[in-house]
Write a protein that binds this ligand. Structure first.
Ligand SMILES: *Cc1c(COP(=O)(O)O)cnc(C)c1O
Length: 424
């Protein structure tokens, strides 16, 4: 009992775990983080994540709860909802989804019946599992038709989307992606959806920050609903968000709770509210623009070094590099680079000849580096670091010499030293 009363801080209470957290902090500080779905949140967002709100149950919605004691939880969730609506100019917001995948499931539950047909961008073409890929619940409980990208320019073929929609008459069409470097034509998707009377749903998990910051067009005017994660370019806590037209508000709220989830994670809701306020500031517009400028500068620098980019470049925060002409696989490359302090992921490229677990490409994103304050002037050095490490990976056939990797880690640390990691 005394032990509980004493309530020591984490480093003392659980030194074994604390050391691991400190290790992760240092790793995030010292490595070149290029995973396109990751970022650094602010100290303010981190603080909200660890608030006492985690102790509270709050099933239901503000002013319609199944528990007492909502004096502060209700205003917090209302603040998050109002900020989300204002940030994205949306009629309705549900801030409770635990993450992006549950947000997508909730939209399906709200707008479709099991067995209905949906359409989405295929995973190998840059889509997400939850847009109907066969191993996902979204591809098991719903009939899924998948569209792809063109072989020649790796862009979504809107003629194919229209033809498939006319043939299969889907109830819902997803547009959105996890590994597609180009901006989507939401108006074109909307006209196809209208023609076949389908709900159009945009999943902007990757580009939500670019939309919030005005660097990309908003899908809101074109869609029945828009889903997103809050932790990628948006720079919020790990979580999900659903925006929708007022007409779907009741169905979406009912699908999230009680349809899919129990009590909302109030500490995460609070951190989302903090992040939405941060994203509404003028500096965030500069940030969103800088992410895109950095991606373009990095694309140009890598192209100049002979790297082949899927679709030839990028409009957003990410690039996909086809390593076929380098004689090394994506997985071998990402493994060696990780030992060099450069963090990115192996990724399938369109029409990949290799298996998904060891594909031909790597995916590179600029959101996290931009959060550290790097700008286009630094992208040529990022390209040089990548080129040296990839060259070494190829020369050692993915083995990666320990001395080389250690030297690279030091070079990366030194390069990043003037750009402190936010929140850490
Ligand atoms: C990341 C992502 C998700 C899923 O997010 P989780 O929070 O990992 O569940 C959904 N859709 C798209 C397009 C994504 O990129």
């Amino acid at each position: 009992m005394n032990q509980v009363r004493r309530d020591p801080p984490l480093p003392e209470a659980d030194p074994e775990l604390w050391r691991l957290i400190e290790g992760e902090d240092a790793r995030q500080r010292e490595s070149l983080r290029l995973i396109a779905s990751e970022n650094y949140v602010s100290r303010a967002v981190l603080q909200a994540c660890s608030a006492s709100l985690t102790n509270k149950y709050a099933e239901g919605y503000p002013n319609r709860r199944y528990y007492e004691g909502m004096d502060f939880i209700d205003p917090i969730e209302t603040l998050a909802i109002d900020r989300a609506k204002a940030l994205f100019s949306a009629e309705h917001a549900n801030v409770q989804p635990y993450s992006g995948s549950p947000a997508n499931l909730a939209v399906l539950l709200a707008l479709c019946s099991p067995g209905d047909t949906t359409m989405g961008l295929a995973l190998p073409a840059g889509g997400h599992l939850t847009h109907g890929w066969k191993v996902s619940a979204t591809g098991i409980y719903y009939k899924s038709v998948q569209y792809g990208v063109r072989r020649d320019d790796h862009r979504i073929d809107m003629d194919e989307v229209r033809a498939l929609a006319r043939t299969h008459r889907p109830k819902l069409i997803w547009c959105g992606h996890s590994a597609y470097p180009r901006e989507l034509d939401f108006a074109a998707f909307a006209s196809i959806a209208a023609e076949v009377e389908a709900h159009l749903v945009a999943d902007i998990a990757h580009v939500a920050g670019l939309v919030a910051g005005g660097a990309h067009a908003s899908p809101i005017p074109h869609c029945a609903a828009v889903t997103t994660t809050t932790h990628k370019t948006l720079r919020g806590p790990r979580g999900g968000l659903i925006l929708s037209r007022a007409e779907h508000a009741a169905a979406i709220d009912k699908a999230v709770f009680p349809g899919l989830q129990g009590g909302p994670h109030n500490h995460t809701t609070a951190a989302k509210a903090v992040a939405f306020a941060e994203a509404a500031r003028p500096q965030f517009r500069t940030y969103a623009r800088a992410i895109v400028d950095n991606a373009r500068a990095l694309a140009e620098a890598l192209s100049a070094r002979g790297y082949v980019l899927v679709s030839g470049g990028t409009d957003n925060h990410l690039l996909l590099v086809d390593l076929t002409n380098r004689g090394i696989s994506g997985r071998q490359t990402s493994g060696v680079l990780n030992r060099c302090g450069i963090e990115l992921n192996a990724n399938s490229i369109p029409f990949d000849q290799r298996k998904p677990f060891d594909p031909s490409g790597i995916r590179i994103g600029t959101a996290a580096l931009t959060s550290r304050g790097l700008d286009t002037a630094q992208m040529s050095e990022v390209a040089a670091l990548l080129d040296d490490a990839i060259g070494h990976a190829a020369a050692t056939a993915g083995a990666g010499d320990g001395g080389f990797c250690q030297a690279m880690r030091a070079r990366v640390r030194e390069f990043l030293q003037p750009y402190p990691a936010p929140g850490l």
